[in-house]
Design a protein. Structure first.
Length: 476
C-alpha cells in the first residue's frame, strides 16, 4: 500500500514534469479553442470515475487528470478570452504557486511562517504605497475580491455601528457594485432593506447627490447609515466612482468608505494611469485582486485598511491552544487580521512574479490592456450598425449590434446569439452583460500577450456572426 505522506518514489517522473512544463509552455503558445466544454461522452467518462480502495501509479493518474479533467476548461488565461474578468496568470505566478504548495507554510502565524509572513507584510506595504495609503495602513492576502469585501465590511460594521443597533444600520452600494458586496453584507447579517442601491449617472458612476439624499432620508427615518461601498473599476464597464466626493460625504456623515478595487486598483501600479484612482488614498478600506490585473493564479486577493490596527479589533482571538504564538513588535499573526486561521502564503507568488519581472514590466503589462480595448473600439467603429455603449475604459468596452428595423427585444436576442456563435467558433470568448436594461456584448481585454491582430480579428468575426445571425432575426 502507498504511504500517503511520504514522497512518492516516482516524483520527478517525466509525466509530472511534462504536465507542468507543457502547461507553462502553452501560455506562450495557446491552444486554439478558447473554451473547451466537456461533451456528453467526456462527462459520462468523468462520472464513471470512482475513488479506488487501492491506489494507482502516480504517472497514470497524472496522465488521466491532464487529459480528462484539466483539459475540459475555459482557458481564462488565453489571450483571446475576453469574458468576465479574464485570469491571464503569468507563468511566474504558477511557479510561485507551485513552490508555495510544495513548501506549504502555515501562514496564519509568525511562529510557523516568519519568512513568508515577513514577505507578505512587505508586499502589503508596497501595495498600500502604490495606492497612496498612509504608514498606518495594513492588510492581508485573502482568496479574492469576495473575501476582501467581506473582511472589510466586518471592519466597517464593527467600527461604525454599535453592536446593539445593527438592525438599524444601512450600507450604500451603487447599481453597478459587484454582487459580492451585497452577498458579504448578507453573510454578516444585514437584511435586504439594509442595503441601499444608489442609481448611477450616465457613465455608470455612483450618483453622489442621490447618495446624499438617501443618507439624509434614512437618518430622518431613524436608521443608521454606516458605510458606503464605492467601486474603482466596475465589472461591467470599468467605471470609477467619484471617490473624492464620496469621501467628503463620508466625512460629513461619519461613514466608513470602502472601495472595491478588485478589478481596477491594479492601475495604481501604472504611472500613466494611477491618476484615475484619485481619492482612493482616502478610503478606509480597499479590496484588490491580484488574480485579475496583476496576473496571478487564482486565490490571490488583498484587503487593505487605512488603519491597520482595525482588522485585529474585529478578528483577533486568543484561545488557550494558540497562546505560544504571541508576536513581538513588528511581527504579525495574519490569522488575527482576517477570517481564516490556517491560510496559505498567497502573497509569495506575487512576490516571485515582481522579483523576476520587476514592477516596470507589471506596469507595462497593465497599460497594454488600455490599448487593447481602444483597438477594439476603433475596429467596431469601422463596421456598420455597431453601437458603442461604453467607450474603452480600464480595458473594457461594451457594444451591441443594432441594425434598423428590429425591436429592442430582438436586438437583445441577436446580441446573445452573436456571443453564442463566438463561443462555438472558439476563436475568442466574448459574452454579454446588461446595461440600461439592454443586452450588450462586452470585451474585457487585459492579457499582456493579446495583440492588435487578435483584437481586430475578433471584432471582424463578431461582425460576420452578427450579419449572418441578423438574417434569421429579420425573417422571424
Ligand atoms: C469589482 C469586483 N469586485 C469583486 C469581485 C469578486 O472577486 P472574486 O471573484 O475574486 O471573489 C469581482 C470579480 O470579478 C469584481 O469584478
Amino acid at each position: 500500500m502507498e504511504n500517503i505522506i511520504k514522497s512518492p518514489t516516482c516524483v520527478g517522473s517525466r509525466e509530472l514534469e511534462a504536465a507542468v512544463v507543457q502547461v507553462l509552455r502553452s501560455r506562450a503558445n495557446p491552444q486554439p479553442h478558447v473554451v473547451r466544454l466537456a461533451d456528453e461522452q467526456a462527462i459520462s467518462e468523468l462520472r464513471a470515475m470512482r475513488v479506488p480502495r487501492q491506489g494507482r501509479p502516480l504517472d497514470a493518474v497524472i496522465d488521466e487528470m491532464v487529459e480528462k479533467v484539466y483539459h475540459h476548461r475555459a482557458q481564462a488565461d488565453h489571450p483571446r478570452f475576453f469574458a468576465f474578468v479574464p485570469g491571464p496568470a503569468s507563468a511566474l505566478s504558477a511557479i510561485g504557486d507551485l513552490l508555495t504548495a510544495v513548501y506549504n507554510p502555515h501562514a496564519g502565524n509568525w511562529l510557523e511562517s516568519s519568512g513568508p509572513s515577513c514577505i507578505e507584510q512587505q508586499l502589503v506595504k508596497w501595495l498600500a504605497d502604490q495606492l497612496g495609503l498612509p504608514e498606518s495602513s495594513g492588510g492581508l492576502f485573502v482568496s479574492g475580491g469576495s473575501m476582501a469585501n467581506l473582511t472589510a465590511l466586518v471592519a466597517a460594521r464593527d467600527q461604525r455601528l454599535p453592536a446593539q443597533e445593527r438592525a438599524k444600520g444601512v450600507a450604500y452600494v451603487s447599481e453597478q457594485t459587484h454582487s459580492s458586496v451585497a452577498k458579504g453584507l448578507k453573510i454578516i447579517g444585514f437584511l435586504p432593506d439594509q442595503i441601499r442601491r444608489i442609481k448611477c449617472d450616465s457613465k455608470f458612476r455612483l450618483d453622489v447627490d442621490a447618495l446624499a439624499a438617501a443618507v439624509a432620508e434614512d437618518k430622518k427615518g431613524g436608521r443608521l447609515p454606516f458605510a458606503v461601498i464605492a467601486s474603482a473599476g466596475t465589472t461591467n464597464t470599468g467605471s470609477i466612482d467619484p471617490l473624492p466626493e464620496i469621501r467628503s460625504l463620508c466625512d460629513r456623515e461619519k461613514l466608513w468608505m470602502h472601495v472595491d478595487g478588485a478589478y481596477g486598483a491594479s492601475i495604481a501600479v501604472s504611472p500613466l494611469y494611477r491618476h484615475l484612482l484619485k481619492g482612493i488614498e482616502e478610503a478606509d478600506s480597499i479590496s484588490w485582486d491580484a488574480h485579475k490585473w496583476l496576473f496571478q493564479t487564482y486565490g490571490c486577493g488583498m484587503v487593505l485598511v487605512r488603519d491597520g490596527s482595525l482588522l485585529s479589533a474585529s478578528f483577533h482571538t486568543r484561545p488557550e491552544y494558540l497562546r505560544d504564538t504571541e508576536t513581538d513588535e513588528g511581527q504579525v499573526n495574519f490569522w488575527d487580521l482576517g477570517i481564516e486561521l490556517t491560510r496559505p502564503a498567497r502573497g509569495l507568488k506575487l512576490w516571485l512574479t515582481l522579483q523576476v519581472a520587476g514592477s516596470d514590466a507589471m506596469a507595462h503589462a497593465i497599460e497594454h490592456g488600455f490599448q487593447l480595448a481602444q483597438w477594439a473600439e476603433e475596429e467596431l467603429r469601422q463596421h456598420q450598425h455597431w453601437e458603442i455603449v461604453t467607450s474603452a475604459q480600464l480595458a473594457i468596452v461594451n457594444f451591441r449590434y443594432a441594425p434598423g428595423g428590429l425591436s429592442e427585444a430582438k436586438i437583445d436576442a441577436l446580441n446573445k446569439a452573436v456571443a453564442q456563435r463566438a463561443l462555438r467558433d472558439g476563436f475568442a470568448t466574448v459574452l454579454t452583460t446588461e446595461l440600461h436594461g439592454r443586452t450588450v456584448l462586452r470585451i474585457c481585454a487585459i492579457h499582456p500577450d493579446a495583440t492588435e491582430d487578435d483584437i481586430r480579428e475578433t471584432v471582424r468575426r463578431l461582425n460576420a456572426y452578427a450579419v449572418s445571425e441578423a438574417r434569421g432575426f429579420t425573417q422571424a
